[in-house]
Design a protein around this ligand. Structure first.
Ligand code: CA
Ligand code: CA
Length: 207
């Protein structure tokens, strides 16, 4: 009797422990495998940033609003290497990027992300661009490889895909979503209860 209880000191019943751990492991595995937010993101090892191509066309302001709502920003391409990575891994057709000359015509700068307010170092304008065609082109539209960047407008009909850049998601999908946290908290709670029950069995045996 005594030796049997003593053997379980500080150690919850194996069946309960393994059950709880199985719930927690399954929850983590399911999140990692099925998180839709991570499916389209690609991480560039050079800066740890994640890039996401959104194929649904929209105007520049709506694209930036969507990027912000997701915790990112319209992409800022500040080196030939970053441009090459995007062409090779994110999109070959391009889309809106985070630059504008809306504030002062002809003065292009980054207006999104950590580079907001800074002038271009690297640029990839297509031949003859930016040309402010029609007098209304104030937003950066990344063109395909071999062409380059164009300035485009934000009128109805100026509807394009876009690229979102994320600074904080060097391992997208690794951050458990709220439902997962609830399951993990439940799991830890059950584990704690099992351990307390085990200790009370031991105390009763000693009493
Ligand atoms: Ca960037
Ligand atoms: Ca243009």
């Amino acid at each position: 009797m005594f030796s049997k209880s003593h053997r379980t000191a500080g150690d919850p019943p194996a069946s309960v422990t393994s059950f709880v751990l199985a719930i927690m492991a399954a929850t983590l595995a399911a999140t990692t495998a099925t998180s839709p937010a991570s499916a389209a993101k690609v991480v560039w090892a050079n800066n740890g940033h994640a890039y996401e191509y959104v194929g649904a066309g929209t105007d520049w302001a709506s694209a930036q609003a969507d990027a912000l709502s997701k915790g990112g920003y319209l992409v800022t391409i500040t080196s030939a290497d970053e441009q090459a990575f995007i062409y090779d891994n994110v999109t070959k057709t391009g889309g809106w990027g985070g630059s504008s000359d809306a504030e002062t015509e002809g003065v292009w700068k980054w207006v999104t992300g950590p580079e907001a307010g800074t002038a271009f170092g690297y640029s990839n304008w297509a031949a003859g661009e930016p040309n402010n065609y029609g007098g209304y082109e104030d937003y950066l539209l990344i063109g395909p490889p071999g062409y380059g960047w164009n300035d485009s407008g934000s009128r109805v009909g100026d509807s394009y895909a876009y690229v979102i850049e994320y600074d904080e998601l060097s391992t997208p999908g690794a951050v458990p979503e709220p439902a997962t946290w609830a399951m993990l908290i439940l799991g830890f709670g059950l584990l704690g209860a099992a351990m307390r029950r085990s200790r009370s069995i031991v105390r009763r045996a000693f009493a």
